[in-house]
Design a binder for this molecule. Sequence first.
Ligand code: PHE
Ligand code: NA
Length: 442
Amino acid sequence: MARETWATRAGFILAAVGSAVGLGNIWRFPFITGQYGGSSFLITYLAFVALIGFPAILVEFVIGRRTDRNPVGALRELGSGVWSSAGWLFVVTGFIILSYYSVVAGWFLRYTLIGITEGFTVADPAAADALYESVSTGLDTLLFHAMFMLLVVGIIAAGVRRGIELSVKVMVPAILVLLVGLAAYGFTLDGASAAYAYYLSPDFATIAANWTEILPAAAGQAFFTLSLGMGVMITYASYLGEDRNLAADAGIIAALDTLVAVLVGFVVFPVLFSIGIEPGAGGPRTIFVSLTAAFAGIPGGRILGVVFFGMVGIAALSSAISILEVLVSYLIDEVGVARVPASAALGAAVFLLGVPVTIDSIFLGLYDGLADGILLVLGSLLLALFVGWVIPDVGREELRKGIADGAGLDAVWIWAVRVPILIVVVVVLYLGVVDYVGFLTG
Ligand code: PHE
Ligand code: NA
């Protein structure tokens, strides 16, 4: 049987954008940006997306389209056994990310439901804080985690075209429309101008003073938000035809993902400044505590809140399916398991790994710090090393396909991947390991 391919060009782009746009943009981006000083983080992050993230998407695209394989099989086909063990790293990373991703997505489902049944009645930040505490751990949290994983397994069991492509075609445009509306609302708030100053006026002295922390945080966020470093983009490109312009597609994906994250900042920071919450203080609870308080205090806030939280749940779903698809495609291609049992078994394993996160939030920091600060960076480093130094000619040839006039793009790209990007990523990985060890010991 021929391998499945995407039904349409828009289908592939929407699926990749659906993978990129998720909790990384909406839940993680605003609190990490707050933690690292607003505009200083924003500008570093934007630089990473453009100079490292975009070329790194292409690294994954060329591998996937060349081989039509899952990441492990792809690396074995193009390289040697050593490289296919790098593929194993992706499987491990996918397990860890999806396990806590699903728990956090469950929180969003829960807040959506709270909005529908009770509305957002807690106007003061302390009460909002208590609500967050009750949502983020406990037996109910476990149930919502299970519910979310069931949705993910259901979509992936249905297969690439019917499952991923159709669902994303509806989700992504809806998310963009809703965010623009919420950002316009943010503009009308009292705290808007202070928020814009905090978020947008770049402060290079702060970056210079804190670069050993800002750099790895921005890099980790860039890789995470673009779904890079664990083979998602390899897997999605493996379902792609030969005639596509990979660079153009990668540009659209990076631009849309960045647009969503930046827009989220335009929603969250005006709200935070208007109700007097310090943007760097909240960590993972930031968006919940601040927005429930805000939704409680404004007319129409209940509907706005339900729409917002529901929308994030949907965005998380289109990302989560891309992670499970990496694991499932591995079992299908390499072990010969059928799609439905593979989806169910892996979904159950991911669910179990997420259970500790529903019991104590310390595990959220442990999982996220490991996956984001280290594993995704390491994965991207290995892929850049592989394409840049093991199969540079294959990479260039693959990149040129579907581009009428290559204009030397492939030469610039492969040079960047071989030297400057590799150096930066090594430095970032080192800094990230130091930070994580500091987190574990302090
Ligand atoms: N990019 C997704 C987000 O921003 C998360 C993700 C990471 C998805 C890694 C797949 C792989 O939410
Ligand atoms: Na993202």
